[in-house]
Design a binder for this molecule. Structure first.
Ligand code: SF4
Length: 114
């Protein structure tokens, strides 16, 4: 199966998004802890977690608008790379988490309808 996105937005709600060096250094993304300032040393920035995209209070990505990415054309590399239909070993755990969350979401819907 080809990698496709069904636009459910679950990955944008569940995961922390790591910016790569170039993305973090560009300063064009809202990041966690940015109120404490920018760290020039990327290794230190990554160890400190300041290269994560900011999240809303409800835990979803700051750029998620409903179920759409508001910066889709300029989204970070990791967002371009990941698909929940991916068979890549490096995404195995994430795919599993998405499937479980999706199952829970569907069972909640069923419980509401019952
Ligand atoms: S930047 Fe866009 S694609 Fe990436 S997690 Fe946020 S909303 Fe989702």
């Amino acid at each position: 199966m080809a990698n496709t996105c069904n636009g459910c937005g679950l990955c944008c709600k569940l995961f922390l998004i790591n910016l790569n060096r170039e993305e973090y250094q560009s300063g064009k993304f809202k990041t966690m802890f940015e109120q404490f300032g920018h760290i020039d040393d990327f290794k230190l920035a990554r160890e400190s977690g300041v290269n994560f995209l900011a999240k809303k209070e409800n835990g979803e990505c700051i750029y998620l608008d409903g179920q759409d990415c508001s910066i889709h054309a300029d989204r970070p590399a990791v967002c371009r790379d990941f698909f929940c239909t991916s068979k890549a070993e490096k995404f195995k755990t994430m795919v599993k988490i998405i499937k479980e969350a999706d199952k829970e979401k569907n069972s909640s819907v069923l419980q509401i309808k019952a």
